[in-house]
Write a protein that binds this ligand. Structure first.
Ligand code: GLN
Length: 201
């Protein structure tokens, strides 16, 4: 059976993730398609989904308006693997506040018991790259691209910490749900996309 892996195409770096997924699918030699998905109908038919980086407030409000938030929550609760990248990880979280403006009243999926600080490493000008290790998933060195990135301030007892940078939590996993502060789709290294695909049955 051909797997259908989506990238939520509401806002953000959608195409970069489609390209990374296609390259990871080729490397693994699996029978899968990488597609854009935005409507509840498109999301319903997916076997896995990436919520890309971008602007979490925009992604949340538009997904709420077109009815996707409900179907996303249902699919994730039913075990669909999901990778939330930067703004995507914010979308997965239980609570998020901005480092500068504080509490933002934004729609969140609340499928990952984490408390996040948005823009935790500073503004656009403070974007940076740094190596991170995700040893527990077999990735010893990964070039993390951090762009107005969040950090995880607190994790629930059932959430695994996959990576830290500068003492701060920058990648987490709970079952079928993964979140990263950094952008794997902005590197040539598709090992994280491959790991994500390996979670899809
Ligand atoms: N700072 C953005 C937000 O809070 C996320 C940035 C990103 O996805 N690169 O939504």
């Amino acid at each position: 059976m051909t797997l259908t892996v989506g990238v939520l195409s509401v806002q953000g770096d959608v195409y970069e993730n489609i390209l990374s997924l296609r390259s990871a699918i080729d490397d693994l030699g699996i029978d899968a398609n990488a597609v854009e998905a935005k409507t509840p109908e498109e999301i319903s038919s997916l076997d896995g989904l990436i919520i890309p980086g971008g602007e979490s407030t925009t992604i949340g409000h538009l997904s709420l308006a077109n009815g996707s938030m409900k179907v996303l929550k249902e699919k994730i609760a039913n075990g669909m693997p999901i990778l939330g990248i930067c703004a995507g990880m914010i979308m997965l979280s239980k609570t998020a506040s901005d480092k500068v403006v504080g509490q933002t009243d934004q729609p969140l999926l609340d499928v990952l018991d984490i408390k996040l600080e948005r823009n935790s490493f500073g503004r656009q000008k403070q974007s940076f790259e740094a190596d991170v290790s995700l040893d527990s998933v077999g990735i010893s060195k990964f070039n993390g691209v951090f762009i107005r990135a969040p950090s995880v301030l607190e994790v629930g007892s059932d959430v695994d910490v996959l990576a830290k940078f500068d003492e701060r939590i920058v990648a987490v996993k709970k079952g079928n749900v993964i979140g990263t502060s950094f952008h794997p789709e902005l590197t040539q290294d598709v090992s994280l996309h491959k790991y994500f695909l390996s979670l899809i049955k």
